[in-house]
Ligand binder design. Structure first.
Ligand code: UD1
Ligand code: UDP
Length: 359
């Protein structure tokens, strides 16, 4: 059984690390294709070395660009790889441009597509990720849904139920596998002189929060309004860094925040586990806050991970103003995230995916 896995962006490296390991143990032949969507050392290489992911056989080096431009470059180069490799399956993850390009290239060559993290919906078509997810799901032959809600979403869109497999969330597998290792393996708290439960961790990278400067300013000012009482540490995505660097008002708004470069997965897990609160617009980080029992505010109008809202472990904080962000932080600082519910499966999603692909 030969599988071509298409990866390109940070969250995909985390997810693939678990599935690739399971595929290796099951004896499948996996060929890794890195589109090159993320390319900085701390956005890509660090994940391969730290998470033990095999070196990609192909690096397509597409780099950054406009959506059409970037996706088109990927499509052209993935098609060439698939024609050479002729796999039984093409495996894609999540909702990035790399996901859509992998799915489209394979579907047009009549190579079955398997989609990890199928069925997620924000119902907001202005998000590039929503377009990528919907089109990928509708091009897929096997749809690995992480939650019961995702299964339901796919049924509602008329996707044949036999193609949909509720496997749980591979990010939960990763948190269980690496969460413990992070305790001993990361010295990030001492590196930044952070004391457990005495800092807020924030990440910001979503298109709507970086292209719209008033939203970014509201987030930065909202976080800064707490910074005199509690340190705020922000591993900064290169996209957000670029925008802040270009605008003096954003630099002023963030002066009291501690901006650090993006960190590796173990350092991130340690930062998350010991944070008093997490403020984020990331999909993965929202769930990790839940896995580690840390209250979270989501700097968006909606979330695909609605279980977190239903369980009271997450609060939406649309960044319409600095006051709105500040209020959400203050309300959530005293939230206690305790539940015995486990909407993201049992931590064995990756072996289940490998088994289904092989069968
Ligand atoms: C992409 C995904 C998003 C995902 C995120 C994970 C799409 C449409 N978006 O967003 O769903 O949540 O990855 O982090 O696929 N850049 C660098 N170095 C890098 C990578 C990016 O400097 O290694 C900068 C470039 O200026 C680039 C910008 O970041 O233009 C945005 O990168 P891109 O990959 O297009 O989108 P992300 O915002 O990372
Ligand atoms: N992450 C990381 N270092 C960072 C920021 C995030 O290792 O500096 C990890 C995070 O723990 C999660 C994944 O990257 O596993 C989430 O990626 P991101 O927020 O970029 O994308 P999203 O999940 O929103 O698509």
């Amino acid at each position: 059984m030969k599988i071509v896995s298409v990866l390109g962006a940070r969250p995909q490296f985390v997810k693939a690390s678990m599935v690739s390991r399971a595929l290796r143990s099951s004896g499948a032949e996996e060929v890794l294709v890195h589109t090159g969507q993320h390319y900085d050392g701390n956005m890509s290489a660090i994940f391969f070395s730290q998470l033990g992911i095999t070196e990609p056989k192909y690096n397509l080096e597409v780099g950054s660009g406009l959506h059409g431009e970037q996706t088109a470059r990927m499509l052209e180069r993935i098609e060439q790889v698939l024609m050479i490799e002729k796999p039984h399956w093409t495996l894609v993850y999540g909702d990035t441009n790399s996901t859509l390009a992998g799915a489209l290239a394979a579907a047009k060559l009549h190579i079955p597509v398997a989609h990890v993290e199928a069925g997620l919906r924000s119902w907001n078509r202005a998000m590039p990720e929503e377009i990528n997810r919907v089109l990928t799901d509708h091009s897929s032959t096997l749809l690995f849904a992480p939650t019961a809600t995702a299964v339901q979403n796919l049924y509602c869109e008329g996707i044949n139920g036999n193609l949909v497999k509720f496997v749980g969330d591979v990010m939960y597998d990763a948190a269980l596998f690496y969460g413990q290792q992070a305790e001993a393996g990361s010295d990030i708290l001492s590196h930044y002189s952070l004391r457990p439960k005495e800092y807020i961790l924030a990440t910001i990278h979503r298109a709507e929060n970086t292209t719209d400067r008033s939203r970014l300013q509201a987030i930065l000012k909202g976080l800064a309004s707490i910074a005199d009482k509690m340190r705020v540490i922000v591993p900064l995505h290169p996209r957000t860094k670029r925008v802040i660097s270009a605008h003096s008002e954003l630099q002023r708004a963030s002066a009291s925040l501690q901006m650090i470069p993006p960190v590796g997965y173990l350092d991130m897990a340690k930062l998350e586990k010991h944070a008093r609160l997490i403020a984020t617009d990331s999909g993965g980080v929202q769930k990790e806050s839940f896995f580690y029992g840390v209250p979270c505010i989501t700097l968006r109008e909606e979330t695909e991970w609605i279980e977190l809202l239903q369980l009271g472990c997450n609060r939406l904080a649309p960044p319409f103003s600095a006051e709105a962000v500040k209020l959400a932080i203050e309300q959530s600082l005293n939230d206690i995230s305790t539940t015995s519910e486990s909407p993201y499966g049992d931590g064995k999603s990756a072996p289940r995916i490998a088994e289904l692909l092989l069968s």
